[in-house]
Design a protein around this ligand. Structure first.
Ligand SMILES: Cc1cc2nc3c(=O)[nH]c(=O)nc-3n(C[C@H](O)[C@H](O)[C@H](O)COP(=O)(O)OP(=O)(O)OC[C@H]3O[C@@H](n4cnc5c(N)ncnc54)[C@H](O)[C@@H]3O)c2cc1C
Length: 441
């Protein structure tokens, strides 16, 4: 069965999903204040209480992101979704923290909720959730500064998030001030419980489903600049369908439940029989690729992402190993004998460290493709572009008919920032700019 093509970005789809997001986030408030209202307690107390409902609703909807919902990516792109998740997550936590702060400021008897002498389990749960909110905030905003590895951060992020949501649901039901009839309680608990299930689904149910479709490593190919390509074939059944430029999540030599699940763009074309991914040796996961052997098992999940080939000519700004999605796109064009115009600005340290250098030369021969190599530390004989990819260099290589192209950017953060800014300054509509950041956290 073929996958449906990924649609282009559009305002209509974007606004539709934003509307859905805020409606979903406000549903707990609607349930609380919808009917059967208790006596009014004054502005500040009501504000403090509604902060709790809104905070919990906003927080629950963040679980849509842990569920890796594929339908949302084409509206915004994975990068923007991750950014949105970060910002809305912080806002949800601030609402959640404001809830007890305002209530205690209005009436100090609310301290009783945290008093172990009044109710030990309740005080422990609310205390843990409050500390959890602060930990979540600190580790989400400053993961690298606090020296947390990505794997531990991901585990902690999921566990803290689930704990806070669970305690929030139980707390609201126990207080029962607004949730004062069985229908409200049922709707509230069932609705928010559904978001908790999304976490269980993405961390337990989906890996279990993936465990039934293992892949085997077919070949490990060393590339330039300490990069390795893994070719993967399905052990049973059909190979995963994907679009050129998308990415997958993979665990290798362990179970699909492993904490070591990492995202990689396809470096193969979907029109090739095997799946390929290529990584630069970096940390504890990619460092071991050099020792992998054919026949070893891998579990993959996907495809994800909207960084995909559309109908227009392509202008690609890539840096280092960020070239992988471009390789998938260009290989696909070559296999399809599609001669649309493509321009690739490709930054690397030196000529000998250009991943896929030979393949790119071959693709340049087969396609209507112009490659501009930009070297940071070229040798003296180098006649081409040197330094970093910057505004001047991108501007110089832009086609005359800028609006006819789709723009793809993938590489180191500073390069991506400069490329995005330059293209926007040149008046290219955001809907034609696709960016893939390899650093999700
Ligand atoms: C959509 C996407 C596509 C990617 N495609 C490629 C690719 O084609 N080739 C390539 O070399 N790299 C790619 N990456 C980056 C790759 O996922 C990380 O470099 C890899 O996970 C590093 O793991 P490590 O343990 O070897 O290194 P570490 O030193 O542990 O990690 C280095 C950095 O990579 C990031 N990272 C680590 N683990 C994960 C994880 N599980 N999920 C997300 N980010 C993580 C963190 O920011 C971390 O600081 C992609 C990332 C994303 C988000």
């Amino acid at each position: 069965m073929n996958q449906k093509p990924i649609p282009t970005y559009s305002y209509r789809r974007g606004f539709f999903w934003l509307f859905i997001f805020f409606v979903l986030a406000l549903i707990p408030l609607f349930i609380g204040y919808g009917w059967n209202l208790p006596d009014y307690r004054g502005f500040w107390e009501e504000l403090g209480l509604s902060m709790g409902f809104v905070g919990l609703g906003l927080f629950a909807v963040q679980f849509l992101f842990s569920g890796r919902i594929r339908q949302v990516a084409p509206a915004f792109g994975v990068d923007n979704i991750v950014q949105f998740h970060k910002e809305m997550g912080v806002i949800a936590l601030l609402f959640g923290m404001a809830h007890p702060v305002i209530l205690i400021a209005v009436d100090s008897s609310y301290w009783g909720f945290f008093d172990p002498r009044v109710n030990l389990p309740r005080a422990l749960a609310l205390g843990a959730a409050s500390v959890g909110m602060m930990l979540l905030l600190v580790t989400s905003l400053w993961r690298s500064l606090v020296g947390l590895s990505y794997e531990w951060w991901r585990l902690l992020h999921g566990l803290l998030g689930s704990l806070i949501l669970f305690v929030g649901i139980v707390h609201a039901l126990q207080v029962g001030h607004y949730l004062n009839d069985w229908l409200k309680m049922l709707l509230f608990g069932g609705y928010l419980g559904g978001f908790l299930y999304l976490f269980v689904h993405s961390r337990v149910v989906r890996p279990f489903q993936n465990s039934k479709h293992p892949y085997a490593i077919d070949e490990v190919i060393p590339e330039k600049d300490d990069c390795y390509t893994l070719r993967l074939k399905p052990c049973t059944g059909e190979r995963l369908h994907y679009e050129p430029g998308q990415f997958l999540w993979i665990t290798i030599q362990s179970s699909p439940f492993s904490m070591q699940q990492h995202p990689f763009s396809f470096s193969s074309s979907p029109l090739e029989p095997l799946i390929a991914i290529t990584a630069k040796r970096l940390g504890d996961f990619t460092r071991d690729w050099i020792h992998l052997k054919p026949g070893q098992t891998a579990f993959i999940e996907g495809p994800y992402g909207s960084f995909t080939l559309k109908d227009r000519p392509c202008f690609l700004v890539m840096g280092g190993i960020g070239v992988t999605p471009a390789i998938s796109i260009l290989k696909t064009l070559a296999i399809r004998q599609d001669t649309r115009r493509c321009i690739l600005i490709y930054g690397n340290e030196s000529w000998n460290k250009i991943p896929f250098r030979q393949e790119l030369a071959e693709l340049e021969r087969l396609l209507h493709l112009q490659i501009v190599h930009v070297l940071q530390e070229p040798d003296q004989a180098w006649q081409g572009e040197r330094g970093l990819i910057d505004e001047r260099l991108i501007g110089k290589n832009l086609p005359e008919d800028t609006h006819a192209f789709d723009y793809f950017i993938c590489g180191p953060e500073p390069m991506m920032d400069v490329a995005e800014r330059t293209l926007r300054n040149q008046g290219i509509p955001w809907k034609q700019i696709y960016a893939e950041r390899f650093d999700l956290a």
